[in-house]
Design a protein around this ligand. Structure first.
Ligand code: PBG
Length: 327
Protein backbone atom coordinates (compact mmCIF):
# COMPACT_ATOMS: atom_id res chain seq x y z
CA UNK A 1 0.00 0.00 0.00
CA UNK A 2 1.41 3.40 -0.94
CA UNK A 3 1.42 5.82 1.96
CA UNK A 4 -0.15 9.02 0.72
CA UNK A 5 -0.40 11.97 3.07
CA UNK A 6 -2.98 13.68 0.93
CA UNK A 7 -5.97 11.76 -0.39
CA UNK A 8 -8.72 14.23 -1.31
CA UNK A 9 -10.96 11.25 -2.00
CA UNK A 10 -11.23 10.57 1.76
CA UNK A 11 -13.81 13.30 2.08
CA UNK A 12 -15.81 12.26 -0.98
CA UNK A 13 -16.74 8.81 0.21
CA UNK A 14 -20.36 9.43 1.19
CA UNK A 15 -23.10 11.94 0.59
CA UNK A 16 -22.87 13.05 4.21
CA UNK A 17 -19.11 13.64 4.01
CA UNK A 18 -19.43 15.53 0.74
CA UNK A 19 -22.11 17.69 2.25
CA UNK A 20 -20.01 18.33 5.36
CA UNK A 21 -17.17 19.83 3.34
CA UNK A 22 -19.28 21.48 0.64
CA UNK A 23 -18.21 25.08 0.10
CA UNK A 24 -21.34 26.45 -1.50
CA UNK A 25 -24.93 25.64 -0.59
CA UNK A 26 -27.86 26.91 -2.57
CA UNK A 27 -30.85 27.89 -0.44
CA UNK A 28 -34.37 28.94 -1.30
CA UNK A 29 -33.52 32.51 -0.28
CA UNK A 30 -31.11 32.81 -3.19
CA UNK A 31 -33.76 32.78 -5.87
CA UNK A 32 -35.95 35.34 -7.57
CA UNK A 33 -38.61 34.12 -10.01
CA UNK A 34 -39.35 36.24 -13.11
CA UNK A 35 -43.05 36.55 -14.02
CA UNK A 36 -44.67 38.03 -17.14
CA UNK A 37 -47.89 39.98 -16.61
CA UNK A 38 -50.29 40.58 -19.48
CA UNK A 39 -53.65 42.29 -19.93
CA UNK A 40 -57.01 40.57 -19.58
CA UNK A 41 -58.22 38.00 -17.09
CA UNK A 42 -57.84 34.23 -16.77
CA UNK A 43 -55.00 34.38 -19.29
CA UNK A 44 -52.36 31.68 -18.95
CA UNK A 45 -50.40 31.39 -22.19
CA UNK A 46 -47.23 29.31 -22.31
CA UNK A 47 -44.17 30.85 -23.97
CA UNK A 48 -43.23 28.33 -26.65
CA UNK A 49 -39.48 28.74 -26.29
CA UNK A 50 -39.64 28.62 -22.48
CA UNK A 51 -41.52 25.53 -21.27
CA UNK A 52 -43.05 26.17 -17.84
CA UNK A 53 -43.07 29.98 -18.31
CA UNK A 54 -46.34 31.79 -19.01
CA UNK A 55 -47.85 35.14 -19.88
CA UNK A 56 -50.26 35.65 -17.00
CA UNK A 57 -53.05 38.15 -16.48
CA UNK A 58 -53.13 39.96 -13.12
CA UNK A 59 -55.46 37.41 -11.49
CA UNK A 60 -53.33 34.51 -12.72
CA UNK A 61 -50.00 36.09 -11.84
CA UNK A 62 -51.30 36.64 -8.33
CA UNK A 63 -52.14 32.93 -8.05
CA UNK A 64 -48.76 32.04 -9.50
CA UNK A 65 -46.93 34.26 -7.00
CA UNK A 66 -48.95 32.84 -4.15
CA UNK A 67 -48.25 29.23 -5.20
CA UNK A 68 -44.56 30.07 -5.64
CA UNK A 69 -44.46 31.59 -2.15
CA UNK A 70 -46.01 28.44 -0.71
CA UNK A 71 -43.25 26.46 -2.37
CA UNK A 72 -40.58 28.66 -0.80
CA UNK A 73 -39.94 31.38 -3.38
CA UNK A 74 -39.34 34.65 -1.53
CA UNK A 75 -38.96 37.09 -4.41
CA UNK A 76 -40.44 37.75 -7.84
CA UNK A 77 -39.44 40.16 -10.60
CA UNK A 78 -42.25 41.42 -12.80
CA UNK A 79 -42.25 42.20 -16.52
CA UNK A 80 -45.27 43.64 -18.33
CA UNK A 81 -46.96 43.06 -21.67
CA UNK A 82 -49.28 46.04 -22.01
CA UNK A 83 -52.47 46.04 -24.05
CA UNK A 84 -51.16 48.75 -26.35
CA UNK A 85 -47.72 50.11 -27.10
CA UNK A 86 -46.70 53.59 -28.23
CA UNK A 87 -43.63 55.69 -28.95
CA UNK A 88 -43.42 57.00 -25.39
CA UNK A 89 -43.99 53.70 -23.56
CA UNK A 90 -47.04 55.08 -21.76
CA UNK A 91 -48.00 51.62 -20.52
CA UNK A 92 -44.80 51.50 -18.47
CA UNK A 93 -45.77 54.29 -16.07
CA UNK A 94 -49.57 54.63 -16.01
CA UNK A 95 -51.11 54.04 -12.63
CA UNK A 96 -53.25 51.16 -13.89
CA UNK A 97 -50.53 49.54 -16.00
CA UNK A 98 -50.32 45.75 -15.93
CA UNK A 99 -47.26 45.67 -13.68
CA UNK A 100 -48.63 48.34 -11.33
CA UNK A 101 -51.85 46.34 -10.96
CA UNK A 102 -49.94 43.11 -10.45
CA UNK A 103 -47.77 44.69 -7.74
CA UNK A 104 -50.86 45.82 -5.81
CA UNK A 105 -52.59 42.50 -6.23
CA UNK A 106 -49.58 40.39 -5.20
CA UNK A 107 -48.90 42.71 -2.27
CA UNK A 108 -52.50 42.17 -1.16
CA UNK A 109 -52.55 38.39 -1.31
CA UNK A 110 -48.92 37.57 -0.52
CA UNK A 111 -47.81 40.44 1.75
CA UNK A 112 -44.42 38.93 2.56
CA UNK A 113 -43.33 38.37 -1.03
CA UNK A 114 -40.41 40.56 -2.10
CA UNK A 115 -41.68 42.35 -5.18
CA UNK A 116 -39.15 43.59 -7.71
CA UNK A 117 -40.26 45.54 -10.78
CA UNK A 118 -38.15 45.47 -13.90
CA UNK A 119 -37.81 49.11 -14.93
CA UNK A 120 -37.51 49.35 -18.69
CA UNK A 121 -39.39 50.70 -21.67
CA UNK A 122 -38.83 48.04 -24.35
CA UNK A 123 -41.95 46.03 -23.58
CA UNK A 124 -44.04 49.20 -23.85
CA UNK A 125 -42.61 51.01 -26.88
CA UNK A 126 -44.05 50.42 -30.36
CA UNK A 127 -40.49 50.12 -31.73
CA UNK A 128 -39.30 47.77 -28.97
CA UNK A 129 -36.27 49.80 -27.92
CA UNK A 130 -35.45 50.59 -24.30
CA UNK A 131 -35.73 54.35 -24.70
CA UNK A 132 -37.08 57.25 -26.73
CA UNK A 133 -36.21 56.96 -30.43
CA UNK A 134 -35.52 59.79 -32.86
CA UNK A 135 -34.09 59.24 -36.36
CA UNK A 136 -33.43 55.60 -35.53
CA UNK A 137 -31.36 56.55 -32.53
CA UNK A 138 -32.15 55.69 -28.92
CA UNK A 139 -31.79 58.98 -27.05
CA UNK A 140 -30.20 58.74 -23.63
CA UNK A 141 -31.18 61.82 -21.66
CA UNK A 142 -34.71 62.03 -23.08
CA UNK A 143 -35.27 58.44 -21.92
CA UNK A 144 -34.19 59.07 -18.34
CA UNK A 145 -37.29 61.00 -17.42
CA UNK A 146 -39.58 58.20 -18.62
CA UNK A 147 -37.50 55.56 -16.88
CA UNK A 148 -37.60 57.51 -13.62
CA UNK A 149 -41.34 58.02 -14.02
CA UNK A 150 -41.75 54.26 -14.52
CA UNK A 151 -39.77 53.51 -11.36
CA UNK A 152 -41.84 56.00 -9.39
CA UNK A 153 -45.13 54.44 -10.53
CA UNK A 154 -43.79 51.02 -9.50
CA UNK A 155 -42.74 52.33 -6.10
CA UNK A 156 -46.15 53.96 -5.65
CA UNK A 157 -47.79 50.63 -6.42
CA UNK A 158 -45.72 49.05 -3.64
CA UNK A 159 -42.61 47.52 -5.22
CA UNK A 160 -39.84 46.83 -2.70
CA UNK A 161 -37.15 47.10 -5.33
CA UNK A 162 -37.00 48.67 -8.79
CA UNK A 163 -34.60 47.19 -11.30
CA UNK A 164 -33.55 49.46 -14.15
CA UNK A 165 -32.49 47.38 -17.16
CA UNK A 166 -32.44 49.87 -20.04
CA UNK A 167 -28.66 50.52 -19.93
CA UNK A 168 -29.16 54.28 -20.31
CA UNK A 169 -26.31 56.28 -18.76
CA UNK A 170 -27.37 57.96 -15.53
CA UNK A 171 -30.55 55.91 -15.05
CA UNK A 172 -29.74 54.95 -11.47
CA UNK A 173 -29.24 58.52 -10.30
CA UNK A 174 -32.30 59.72 -12.23
CA UNK A 175 -34.39 57.09 -10.45
CA UNK A 176 -32.83 57.74 -7.02
CA UNK A 177 -33.51 61.48 -7.28
CA UNK A 178 -37.09 60.98 -8.43
CA UNK A 179 -37.87 58.39 -5.75
CA UNK A 180 -36.34 60.50 -2.98
CA UNK A 181 -38.17 63.64 -4.11
CA UNK A 182 -41.46 61.75 -3.75
CA UNK A 183 -40.82 60.20 -0.36
CA UNK A 184 -39.70 56.78 -1.59
CA UNK A 185 -36.22 56.94 -0.08
CA UNK A 186 -36.68 53.38 1.19
CA UNK A 187 -37.39 51.82 -2.18
CA UNK A 188 -34.23 49.97 -3.19
CA UNK A 189 -32.57 49.91 -6.61
CA UNK A 190 -31.22 46.72 -8.11
CA UNK A 191 -29.22 47.94 -11.09
CA UNK A 192 -28.71 45.82 -14.16
CA UNK A 193 -25.25 47.38 -14.06
CA UNK A 194 -23.43 44.99 -16.35
CA UNK A 195 -25.83 43.92 -19.05
CA UNK A 196 -24.38 42.56 -22.23
CA UNK A 197 -25.92 42.74 -25.71
CA UNK A 198 -26.59 39.02 -25.71
CA UNK A 199 -28.07 36.41 -28.01
CA UNK A 200 -29.26 34.65 -24.86
CA UNK A 201 -32.22 37.05 -24.52
CA UNK A 202 -33.96 35.53 -27.56
CA UNK A 203 -36.74 33.59 -25.80
CA UNK A 204 -37.42 36.53 -23.44
CA UNK A 205 -38.23 38.72 -26.40
CA UNK A 206 -40.92 36.24 -27.35
CA UNK A 207 -42.13 36.08 -23.74
CA UNK A 208 -42.24 39.85 -23.36
CA UNK A 209 -42.98 40.67 -26.99
CA UNK A 210 -40.11 43.14 -26.92
CA UNK A 211 -37.88 42.44 -29.92
CA UNK A 212 -36.68 45.72 -31.44
CA UNK A 213 -38.50 46.54 -34.69
CA UNK A 214 -35.29 47.83 -36.26
CA UNK A 215 -31.61 47.46 -35.44
CA UNK A 216 -30.45 45.90 -32.20
CA UNK A 217 -29.40 46.94 -28.69
CA UNK A 218 -25.66 47.07 -29.25
CA UNK A 219 -25.55 50.85 -29.00
CA UNK A 220 -26.63 50.72 -25.36
CA UNK A 221 -26.05 47.23 -23.98
CA UNK A 222 -22.46 46.14 -23.43
CA UNK A 223 -20.11 44.56 -25.95
CA UNK A 224 -19.55 40.91 -24.84
CA UNK A 225 -15.73 40.93 -25.04
CA UNK A 226 -15.35 43.76 -22.52
CA UNK A 227 -14.43 43.07 -18.89
CA UNK A 228 -12.70 46.29 -17.82
CA UNK A 229 -15.65 48.26 -19.12
CA UNK A 230 -17.89 46.08 -16.95
CA UNK A 231 -16.03 47.33 -13.86
CA UNK A 232 -16.63 50.89 -15.03
CA UNK A 233 -20.34 50.25 -15.48
CA UNK A 234 -20.53 48.65 -12.02
CA UNK A 235 -18.61 51.57 -10.50
CA UNK A 236 -20.96 54.10 -12.08
CA UNK A 237 -24.12 52.41 -10.83
CA UNK A 238 -22.57 51.88 -7.42
CA UNK A 239 -21.67 55.55 -7.14
CA UNK A 240 -25.10 56.60 -8.40
CA UNK A 241 -26.63 54.76 -5.46
CA UNK A 242 -27.44 51.23 -6.59
CA UNK A 243 -28.24 49.05 -3.57
CA UNK A 244 -27.69 45.82 -5.51
CA UNK A 245 -25.55 45.31 -8.61
CA UNK A 246 -26.45 42.79 -11.30
CA UNK A 247 -24.53 40.97 -13.99
CA UNK A 248 -26.46 39.54 -16.93
CA UNK A 249 -26.42 36.94 -18.48
CA UNK A 250 -24.92 34.71 -15.80
CA UNK A 251 -23.18 31.54 -16.97
CA UNK A 252 -21.18 32.86 -19.89
CA UNK A 253 -20.11 35.84 -17.74
CA UNK A 254 -19.02 34.07 -14.55
CA UNK A 255 -15.61 35.75 -14.81
CA UNK A 256 -17.31 39.14 -14.74
CA UNK A 257 -19.45 38.10 -11.80
CA UNK A 258 -16.34 37.15 -9.85
CA UNK A 259 -14.63 40.42 -10.72
CA UNK A 260 -17.61 42.48 -9.54
CA UNK A 261 -17.81 40.36 -6.37
CA UNK A 262 -14.16 41.04 -5.59
CA UNK A 263 -14.43 44.79 -6.08
CA UNK A 264 -17.79 45.86 -4.69
CA UNK A 265 -19.24 45.21 -1.28
CA UNK A 266 -22.91 45.49 -2.13
CA UNK A 267 -25.15 42.47 -2.69
CA UNK A 268 -24.62 40.98 -6.12
CA UNK A 269 -27.29 39.53 -8.37
CA UNK A 270 -26.94 37.40 -11.49
CA UNK A 271 -29.65 36.89 -14.07
CA UNK A 272 -29.76 33.37 -15.47
CA UNK A 273 -31.59 34.52 -18.60
CA UNK A 274 -34.18 33.05 -20.92
CA UNK A 275 -31.73 31.53 -23.42
CA UNK A 276 -29.70 29.90 -20.67
CA UNK A 277 -32.94 28.36 -19.38
CA UNK A 278 -34.13 27.34 -22.85
CA UNK A 279 -30.88 25.52 -23.69
CA UNK A 280 -31.19 23.31 -20.63
CA UNK A 281 -34.90 22.71 -21.20
CA UNK A 282 -34.43 21.80 -24.86
CA UNK A 283 -31.55 19.39 -24.27
CA UNK A 284 -33.48 17.78 -21.42
CA UNK A 285 -36.57 17.38 -23.59
CA UNK A 286 -34.44 15.54 -26.11
CA UNK A 287 -33.20 13.29 -23.34
CA UNK A 288 -29.63 14.47 -23.87
CA UNK A 289 -29.00 15.72 -20.34
CA UNK A 290 -30.39 15.17 -16.85
CA UNK A 291 -32.35 18.39 -16.36
CA UNK A 292 -32.29 18.52 -12.59
CA UNK A 293 -28.61 17.79 -12.35
CA UNK A 294 -27.59 20.31 -14.99
CA UNK A 295 -29.92 22.93 -13.48
CA UNK A 296 -28.42 22.55 -9.99
CA UNK A 297 -24.85 22.44 -11.27
CA UNK A 298 -25.49 25.62 -13.27
CA UNK A 299 -27.11 27.51 -10.40
CA UNK A 300 -24.35 26.39 -8.05
CA UNK A 301 -21.72 27.73 -10.45
CA UNK A 302 -23.42 31.13 -10.37
CA UNK A 303 -23.38 31.21 -6.58
CA UNK A 304 -19.80 29.92 -6.43
CA UNK A 305 -18.71 32.77 -8.72
CA UNK A 306 -20.10 35.21 -6.15
CA UNK A 307 -23.80 35.86 -6.69
CA UNK A 308 -25.94 36.44 -3.59
CA UNK A 309 -29.14 36.57 -5.61
CA UNK A 310 -29.99 34.46 -8.65
CA UNK A 311 -32.83 35.49 -10.92
CA UNK A 312 -33.96 32.32 -12.64
CA UNK A 313 -36.95 30.72 -14.33
CA UNK A 314 -35.83 27.58 -12.48
CA UNK A 315 -36.51 29.09 -9.03
CA UNK A 316 -39.34 26.70 -8.17
CA UNK A 317 -37.65 23.62 -9.61
CA UNK A 318 -34.44 24.42 -7.77
CA UNK A 319 -36.26 24.78 -4.46
CA UNK A 320 -38.03 21.49 -5.13
CA UNK A 321 -34.70 19.82 -5.81
CA UNK A 322 -33.24 21.28 -2.60
CA UNK A 323 -36.15 19.87 -0.63
CA UNK A 324 -35.55 16.43 -2.03
CA UNK A 325 -31.90 16.91 -1.11
CA UNK A 326 -30.45 15.78 -4.41
CA UNK A 327 -27.76 17.73 -6.16
C1 PBG B 1 -35.51 44.46 -20.70
C2 PBG B 1 -34.97 43.15 -20.30
C3 PBG B 1 -34.52 42.08 -21.09
C4 PBG B 1 -34.25 41.02 -20.22
C5 PBG B 1 -34.49 41.49 -18.93
N1 PBG B 1 -34.92 42.81 -19.01
C6 PBG B 1 -34.45 41.91 -22.54
C7 PBG B 1 -33.53 42.67 -23.37
O1 PBG B 1 -32.69 43.45 -22.93
O2 PBG B 1 -33.68 42.49 -24.59
C8 PBG B 1 -33.79 39.65 -20.60
C9 PBG B 1 -34.17 38.56 -19.66
C10 PBG B 1 -34.06 37.18 -20.19
O3 PBG B 1 -33.59 36.94 -21.33
O4 PBG B 1 -34.48 36.27 -19.47
N2 PBG B 1 -34.65 45.36 -21.25
Amino acid sequence: MTSLLHRPRRLRRSAALRSLVREVHLTRDDFVLPLFVCAGSSVRREVSSMPGVYNLSVDEVTKEASAAFDMGVRGVILFGLPETKDELATGAYVEDGVVQKAIRSIRDSVPEMIIIADTCLCEYTSHGHCGVVRDDEVLNDESLELIARTALSQAEAGADIVAPSAMMDGQVSAIRETLDASGFENTAIMAYAVKYASGFYGPFREAADSAPAFGDRRAYQMDPPNAREAMREAELDYSEGADILMVKPATVYLDILKMVRDRFDVPLAAYHVSGEYALIKAAAQKGWIDERRVMMETLTSIKRAGADIILTYFARDAIKALKSDEL
